[in-house]
Design a protein around this ligand. Structure first.
Ligand SMILES: [Zn+2]
Length: 140
C-alpha cells in the first residue's frame, strides 16, 4: 500500500485547492492543471505555475438530474437535488469544467453569468470527505 507522508500531503494541497495553471514559457499556453508536457507545443518542463483569480463567466452548462450522477455524487444529489455542471471561461482565457453551487440550476443559471470560485465539500466516500473547487454566482 502506498504511504503518503503528512508533509507531502500538505505540500500537494495548494495545487488541489487553489486554481493553479502552468503557463508555458515556450508558447504561452495555459495548462490546467499544470502538466509535464505542454499540451500545445509538447515541450517538457516549460511551465511556470501561476495562480488563477477564480473569476469567470458561464460559457455553457448542463443540469444533472436524478440518476445522471456518477455513484460518488449520488448521495449528495439525493440531498440537494439536481445541480448544474458548467464550462466556465476564466478571466485568464482558460475554460474549465466545474460544478455550480449556491444557485437554483433551473432558475438562476444562464450563459454569460459571472461566477467565482469557492472551496466546498464535494462528496463523502468511505467516510473520507473530499473537498474541491466549485463556482457560485457573483451577486452584484
Ligand atoms: Zn507550450
Amino acid at each position: 500500500m502506498a504511504h503518503v507522508s503528512i508533509p507531502k500531503y500538505w505540500k500537494a494541497l495548494p495545487q488541489k485547492y487553489r486554481l493553479v495553471a502552468g503557463k508555458c514559457s515556450n508558447c504561452g499556453e495555459l495548462n490546467f492543471p499544470p502538466t509535464t508536457l505542454c499540451k500545445k507545443c509538447g515541450q517538457e518542463n516549460t511551465q511556470k505555475h501561476i495562480e488563477l483569480k477564480g473569476k469567470g463567466t458561464v460559457y455553457t452548462y448542463t443540469i444533472i438530474g436524478r440518476g445522471g450522477a456518477p455513484p460518488e455524487f449520488a448521495k449528495m444529489q439525493k440531498k440537494c437535488g439536481p445541480y448544474a455542471i458548467a464550462i466556465v471561461e476564466l478571466e485568464e482565457g482558460l475554460k474549465i469544467n466545474v460544478q455550480l453551487t449556491d444557485c437554483d440550476p433551473f432558475k438562476d443559471v444562464n450563459i454569460g453569468m459571472k461566477v467565482s470560485a469557492v472551496f466546498r465539500r464535494i462528496y463523502e466516500q468511505e467516510n473520507v470527505i473530499r473537498y474541491g473547487l466549485k463556482f457560485r454566482p457573483i451577486i452584484e
